[in-house]
Design a protein around this ligand. Structure first.
Ligand SMILES: Nc1ncnc2c1ncn2[C@@H]1O[C@H](COP(=O)(O)OP(=O)(O)OP(=O)(O)O)[C@@H](O)[C@H]1O
Ligand SMILES: [Mg+2]
Length: 460
């Protein structure tokens, strides 16, 4: 924490200097003022955290100064100093927003104590309000933008689904298209909004633990089951559960989910009686479940249950009209976050943003804009602030950075999948095999990277 800034306003010069000395020794920045006028000058010029304010000043009453202070910045802490044993004006000051008061004569230790406590309380208050702001909606980060017809359609669907209390929803879309945002919106716009939304990423939890995470277990159900444990479904009761990457749920577990969807009942592992719950299931997948059904990796009956209501998020490259408006929204946010003043995006940079294929979709765009904002020292965002992948398109037609292992110059057309594979390999190599960094650079999640590596049989 930085040093606190104190202002001591006291017309008794000796007392004022003594107090100043005490607090300088404690390592605060201290300023002094012997009159209301001087005090006001300092307050308007500097960012003061706390004022020790004498109630009786030569040119104004302390209460008047207090009013001024609260006008200038209501967050400034004010501790009144009063020589009068009559507590009335001090009480008045407290009503007007002073934090505390001290009666002269006082012990210096007492003053120190009061000041420290006030500053501590303020730090705590700031922490709490920052935390509240973050909680409040992780907003504006939580909002879904997009004016394209496709996104308008998505928003309409979300509203319709939100109105139905129990219908399961399946959200499909490539990585980074906003599936989790949609899940949040469905829950928040539904009548269940004040109940929990429990999220679980089926790919992130080891297969053998997923069942007990979801459904819980009875005491003694297996060797490690020392206590009864409630699962996510129970915790989500009356609310919603978001099953992310549902395609990773192993086949043997799928009937249990199907049963919940059909009867709203389940049993804990080791349990002998059914538990009734009321939960909306929102599932998401960035893989085509129909294909997984064909491959025998996903149950058809479960897919049909989930498919009652499907929300498909189109990849960003199929709704190009959203790219520039989204870029501007992210730019605005970054300006605020990084204290920048980037006014716009140059035409040539816009062109690059529009030409790029965005395999990592909105998440990738968000990352690219964040990096650009950090790099840009200017008021206009230009091509040089954009990463190489985007600028690869600058010169000619399609010249994606193809890794060395590609046999050059045979002229054969490359499939998009092959291109993706090579791009992943190249990025992996550039990041020295570090998967977190690779995923970040590619603008996809680690689990998506893992899936794609599996799909393309990339070792690692
Ligand atoms: N329409 C949108 N408007 C604003 N931000 C968006 C939009 N779509 C996605 N984002 C942002 O992009 C990022 C990725 O979104 P989200 O996590 O919802 O994607 P996802 O489809 O769940 O991806 P994954 O499959 O990798 O989990 C988030 O930071 C989200 O806030
Ligand atoms: Mg997600």
């Amino acid at each position: 924490m930085s040093k606190a800034n104190l202002l001591i306003v006291e017309d008794n010069v000796d007392l004022c200097e003594t107090l100043a000395d005490v607090f300088r020794k404690v390592d605060y920045n201290v300023q002094t003022a012997f009159s209301a006028r001087e005090a006001e000058k300092v307050l308007r010029r500097d960012l003061i955290d706390l004022v020790l304010l004498d109630l009786k000043l030569p040119d104004a009453s302390g209460l008047e100064v207090l009013t001024k202070i609260k006008e200038i910045d209501p967050d400034i802490l004010v501790i009144m100093i009063t020589a009068i044993t009559n507590a009335q004006p001090a009480v008045e000051a407290m009503k007007m927003g002073a934090y505390d008061y001290l009666m002269k004569p006082f012990e210096l230790d007492e003053v120190k104590l009061v000041v420290n406590k006030a500053l501590e309380t303020q730090t705590l208050k700031r922490e709490v309000s920052r935390y509240r702001r973050m909680q409040k909606g992780s907003y504006p980060d939580n909002e879904m933008y997009g004016e394209s017809p496709a996104m308008q359609e998505v928003k309409k669907l979300i509203k319709i689904v939100a109105e139905t209390p129990r219908t399961p929803v399946l959200i499909e879309g490539e990585s980074g298209t906003g599936k989790e945002l949609v899940a949040n919106a469905i829950h928040n716009w539904s009548a269940r909004a004040d109940k929990p939304l429990i999220k679980i990423n089926c790919a992130a939890i080891p297969e053998n633990l997923l069942e007990s995470e979801l459904f819980g277990h009875e005491k003694g159900a297996f060797t490690d089951a020392k206590h009864l444990k409630k699962g996510m479904f129970e915790m989500a009761n009356l609310g919603s559960i978001f099953l992310d990457e549902i395609s990773s749920m192993r086949l043997s577990l799928q009937p249990k989910l199907l049963r919940i969807l059909e009867t709203q009942t389940f049993r804990r592992i080791g349990g002998t009686s059914d538990i009734q719950i009321d939960v909306r299931v929102i599932a998401a997948s960035n893989q085509n479940l129909e294909e997984l059904v064909k491959a025998g990796e996903f149950r058809e009956d479960l897919l049909y249950r989930l498919k009652v209501m499907v929300i498909k998020l189109p990849p960003l490259r199929e709704r190009k009209e959203d790219i520039i408006p989204l870029a501007h929204i992210f730019l605005e946010r970054n300006n605020r976050e990084f204290n920048k003043n980037i006014q716009g995006i140059s035409d040539s940079a816009k062109e690059l943003l529009l030409k790029y294929q965005w395999p990592g979709n909105v998440r990738e765009l968000k990352n690219v804009m964040e990096r650009a904002a950090i790099l840009c020292q200017d008021t206009l965002l230009r091509p040089e602030h954009l990463p190489g992948e985007l600028r690869a398109h600058e010169s000619a037609v399609v010249t994606v950075s193809v890794p060395e292992e590609v046999p050059a110059g045979n002229g054969a057309p490359i499939s998009l999948a092959e291109m993706e594979k090579r791009h992943i390999q190249a990025t992996l190599k550039r990041c020295g095999g570090n998967k977190s960094r690779t995923a970040r650079e590619l603008g996809i999640s680690r689990s998506t990277l893992r899936e794609k590596m599996k799909l393309y049989k990339i070792p690692g």
